[in-house]
Design a protein around this ligand. Structure first.
Ligand code: NAD
Ligand code: ZN
Length: 431
């Protein structure tokens, strides 16, 4: 039997995690998503490394079906209207019909773009996410948000479209550049941080909590009212966060040492560090899957995944593409934690703990990091410019800025983002 860890989302066990899963992925797709045509879209970086394995598996298992691989240029610029049209023209030229199943093999760029193609091609066809970056595994492939960029901004045109499966094969991380791995760790740490108190909140209790409870800590018995229906396979706990903090070197080693390929079979072939990596990834996915399940269309709770992102996005707007999203969010998390400290909600000890954890994964934790100050674009980083950019954040209600405020490691001040005065943010940014 193939060793696969399943995580449930929106009531289905559609997230499958393991090592060296390509044969399993192809067999599962063919068995459970019957079609005349399977189209796999990837970029040249991932294609050069991993496409031949998919080609071989499809060749030996597909029977009469067609397998059509399509490789595009890597990078954010492919996530455009032109990039979408190019894939659509390929599908039309090849006479793909409504029964087509599209596989998105790659990072968040491929997932967002191919997901959006799937959402609108023939008014929507089935698709499968096979994320190959850590960021895509724990974040972008989970939740059904698909989008492309326009010259007016990122992710402005898109749709909610859920994949049939999300296959997480941690062995893909062994070819991922270290900087991209750290980039994803920022989101992993974020997920670990602010979720502990939220495990097991059900849809039915949320409306009752939101209006009457100012802080989560005042809900005495969250677990007692939870419904198993919305509970995920992997739930974070303090132990797992502590493992993230203390076992960083081991987790890095796990992706730097090629794992033995026994086609997904037997855990015994994995090192303890690889086991840890898989449980960290599955835990993080469980957090996002859970939030998506109880708040699929981002009405309120799902906003909580935005910890670090209000300030992080503003930094990213100035420093992209030189700095990666996770790097900007890492700085954003520390600055937003500082805001919480300024407000007297979060302790200095907790800020220090978060700082050390991010540093252990080689992430920047302040705007004076040399990786930032050495950039030409860093000269445009001023408090007023950052505040200006934050004005147009989607989470805002009118001109007021909203930040997810931590009350301690593992808990947020409110079950939603909190309105914070400009002068508090300005004070933090100028320190
Ligand atoms: P990416 O897709 O650009 O991948 C990063 C780089 O790594 C690329 O050069 C890629 O070719 C390469 N790569 C990917 N997998 C590899 C592997 N296994 N081995 C070697 N190289 C590999 O970037 P990303 O960080 O994965 O995704 C960023 C995108 O995700 C952004 O467009 C962002 O808007 C989007 N995103 C979407 C959501 C969502 O909810 N939909 C959430 C977060 C981010
Ligand atoms: Zn993010």
């Amino acid at each position: 039997d193939v060793d696969v860890r399943k995580v449930s989302i929106l009531g289905k066990d559609s997230i499958h995690c393991g090592f060296h899963l390509i044969p399993y992925i192809v067999q599962t797709v063919i068995d459970t998503l019957p079609s005349s045509t399977y189209v796999l879209v990837t970029d040249t970086n991932v294609g050069n490394l991993h496409l031949s394995a998919f080609q071989a598996e499809f060749d030996s298992r597909k029977g009469n079906a067609r397998f059509l691989p399509y490789v595009i240029a890597p990078g954010e610029t492919s996530k455009s209207r032109e990039g979408k049209a190019e894939i659509e023209d390929y599908l039309l030229l090849n006479k793909c019909t409504r029964d087509t199943v599209i596989l998105a093999l790659g990072g968040g760029v491929i997932g967002d773009l191919v997901g959006f193609v799937a959402a609108t091609f023939m008014r929507g066809v089935r698709f499968v996410q096979i994320p190959t970056t850590l960021l895509a595994m724990v974040d972008s492939s989970v939740g059904g948000k698909t989008a492309i960029d326009t010259p007016h901004g990122k992710n402005l045109i898109g749709a909610f479209w859920q994949p049939e499966y999300i296959f997480i094969d941690a062995a893909f991380l062994e070819t991922l550049p270290a900087r991209e791995f750290s980039n994803g760790m920022a989101e992993v740490i974020k997920a670990a941080l602010r979720y502990l108190r939220y495990t097991g909140v059900s849809r039915s209790v949320l409306p009752r909590i939101a209006p009457i409870q100012p802080t989560l800590s005042s809900i005495p018995d969250l677990k007692a009212v939870s419904l198993t229906r919305v509970q995920t396979a992997a739930i974070w706990n303090e132990t797992e966060f502590a493992a993230l903090e203390s076992r960083a070197a081991e987790i890095f080693a796990a992706i730097q040492t090629p794992s033995v390929n026994f086609a997904g079979r037997t855990e015994a072939t994995r090192s303890p560090a690889q086991q840890l990596l898989l449980s960290v990834i599955a835990g993080s996915i469980g957090v996002k899957a859970h939030i998506v399940t109880i708040d699929e269309r981002e009405t309120g709770l799902r906003n909580l995944v935005n910890f670090g992102h209000t300030i992080g996005h503003a930094i990213e707007a100035i420093l992209t593409p030189a700095m990666l999203h996770g790097e900007c969010v890492a700085v954003g998390m520390i600055l937003e934690a500082e805001v919480a400290r300024q407000l007297g909600v979060l302790s200095q000890v907790a800020v220090g703990r978060l700082t050390r954890c991010l540093k252990a994964y080689n992430l920047p934790v302040s705007l004076s990091d040399p990786r930032i100050t050495s950039l030409p674009a860093a000269r445009s980083l001023s408090v007023s410019k950052l505040l200006d950019i934050m004005k147009i954040d989607k989470k805002n209600s009118g001109p007021q800025k909203k930040i997810v405020i931590l009350s301690r490691i593992g808990a947020t001040y409110e079950p939603k983002a909190t309105v914070v005065a400009d002068k508090v943010i300005a004070k933090t940014l100028s320190e």
